[in-house]
Design a protein around this ligand. Sequence first.
Ligand SMILES: NC(=O)c1ccc[n+]([C@@H]2O[C@H](COP(=O)([O-])OP(=O)(O)OC[C@H]3O[C@@H](n4cnc5c(N)ncnc54)[C@H](O)[C@@H]3O)[C@@H](O)[C@H]2O)c1
Length: 461
Amino acid sequence: MPPFEPPVSSILDRRGFLRAAGLISAASVAAPRLHALAAQSAPAAPVSANDRIRLALIGAGGQGQYDTSVALQVPGVELVAVADCYDGRLDHCRERWGASLFTTRDYREILARSDVDAVLIATPDHWHKQAAVDAMHAGKDVYCEKPMIHLYSDGPEMIQAARSTGRILQIGSQRVSSMLYAKARDLLASGAIGQLNMVTAHWDRNSAIGAWDYTIPLDASTATCDWPRFLGTAPQIPFSAEQFFQWRKWQAYGSGVAGDLFVHLFSGTHFITGVKGPTRAMATGGLRFWKDGRNVPDVMLALFDYPEGFNLNLRVNFVDGGQENEGLLFTGSEGTIAISGNSVTVSRVPRESAPGLTVGTFTEAMQRQMRSQYAARYPVVHPAGPPPSAVDRYAAPDGYNDSYDHFANFFHAVRTRQPVVEDAVFGFRAAGAALLSNLSYEQDSIIHWDPVAMKLVNRSV
Ligand SMILES: NC(=O)c1ccc[n+]([C@@H]2O[C@H](COP(=O)([O-])OP(=O)(O)OC[C@H]3O[C@@H](n4cnc5c(N)ncnc54)[C@H](O)[C@@H]3O)[C@@H](O)[C@H]2O)c1
């Protein structure tokens, strides 16, 4: 993870919470059985010495430089060029990756180069679509950071560009390639927690950097920052170092906590459950603490209905009074699956097969009749008797990095031309769902979305 996204450390432990609340006894909770997750089989390595993928970076800030350092760990990948709008970052990339690196403020110079096979786009959100579409039309494969879209109209354009050019487009929500998420998906599909009815996920923070107050360099000015190029299609305002370096705080460039963090929780939920997206969204929140001129909330709560029969409940809190903390909890009729830190924990609590009815004061005949009616209405899920309660914890190896796997998957697709998991359709379904929260918050209403057609219902935005 980049330095400004500290690793999550707390454990989202519903049974611990229930135990603390006295709702279940310690004796009734099985001790977790620990399992080490094995590394996934490595995607194809280069087939020959000439089979190198020449990568260029567009947007060399915190995530762009971090992503590049991870991408270069994948065998057969080299960095040949970098574009950025702040000269200090171009200088630092040459310090980091060699003085011969081609650098420019104008990414079109990179796209014009025949020695670039693929680009990694890590600009602010409002540039994702244009840079990605330009790159695909220039014949480059694209790894584009999340959120895929800034505006709803970005989605169809990016999908169309990927289809018409035949280029690989992978979106950068790296959890989709995580072995933890794959384990959670397999557990859910195997019926480990019965029928899913709710997903609860959060990403809380409690620091200035967590709340996007990124450091402004000492030499920030119109001499070192290409302000018109940074603005692009955003409203044309005079130079602001704060808006240049802390762009997430303004809707003109970023997508609020929904586009920044909810989108990760959507990508994870959609990957694990295999669904396309919600049909209804409602959100609330507010600017509770970081009243520094930003025009997006720092606390947001949102609820979503999925046609598959479950609800999603999301939260981001930038003043949570504790440590950075990210987690997802899948609740089913027979247990929960929790993802937190470097592990997945499945807690199986089979439903009782015999009904607990308050019929003891009725006649024996009526008791028998009511028990049989109950059994007919709620048939036993486990004909051979319910399996015992159990808690299994699956841990990724120390130092496991899902970003590496996500880049390995991308480069594998670049070499083999096989589809990527997180393609433009997946990326739009995740980001389009996330941004429903902003619409609901801004418009003070429930927003309807067609997740199959990927369209807002009865709204034009
Ligand atoms: N996948 C993740 O976990 C993750 C984590 C952090 C950020 N991100 C995403 O990465 C992207 C970048 O975030 P960041 O934190 O690195 O921001 P940042 O401000 O640190 O870096 C953005 C860089 O883009 C440059 N830039 C702006 N317009 C440009 C243009 N037209 N051409 C070339 N360069 C341009 C800026 O000068 C800046 O250096 C965002 O979309 C963000 O959502 C993803």
